[in-house]
Design a protein around this ligand. Structure first.
Ligand code: COA
Length: 136
């Protein structure tokens, strides 16, 4: 039987802390942590993208920024049950379009080696020099 479910993508859509915390724990493989996303998203983000199916939140990405021309991708997440169906790619496409609309000039991201194909080939990023210091 062929089964297809509609996925709805939304920019700055309503989302509960528990939904993101669940997806975060699953995506980054850690214990469930009760973080207050609603506070930081509204205070610090340019926006965020949610992806929902009939059951609930299956995708999320946060776009933080400097208030001017630089936007940064953080916490790209797709639920295990919904992976490799193009949801991650569409989350990033919405984030890119909305960052452009907001007047940003640059969209940044960093990631582990195994996601090169996802970010470079599927999402349109190009390699650049970047630096990182682990602070704790
Ligand atoms: C990374 C992630 C968001 C991708 O979401 P997704 O919806 O499965 O990705 P898409 O279906 O849009 O993938 C598009 C293409 O990117 C590449 N890709 C996606 N996930 C990949 C992976 N884990 N390894 C290698 N390539 C991958 C593939 O080329 C894929 O196309 P294909 O399925 O036709 O082969 C998801 O695997 C995830 O949540 N991972 C855990 C959290 C994480 O590591 N987030 C990134 C933080 S930087």
């Amino acid at each position: 039987m062929l089964f297809s479910m509609t996925i709805t993508f939304e920019w700055r859509g309503a989302v509960k802390n528990e939904e993101i915390n669940q997806l975060h724990a699953e995506g980054f493989d850690h214990e469930y942590v009760e973080d207050d996303w609603s506070d930081v998203l509204w205070r610090l983000s340019l926006g965020w993208v949610t992806a929902r199916d009939d059951v609930g939140l299956v995708g999320f990405v946060n776009v933080i920024w400097d208030g001017h021309v630089h936007a940064f991708i953080e916490d790209t997440l797709v639920a295990h049950r919904a992976r490799r169906q193009g949801i991650g790619k569409t989350l990033l496409a919405v984030a890119t379009e909305q960052s452009r609309k907001a007047g940003c000039e640059w969209l940044h991201v960093d990631f582990d080696d195994h996601l090169k194909s996802f970010y470079f080939d599927s999402c349109g990023f190009r390699p650049t020099n970047a630096g990182l210091i682990q602070l704790r």
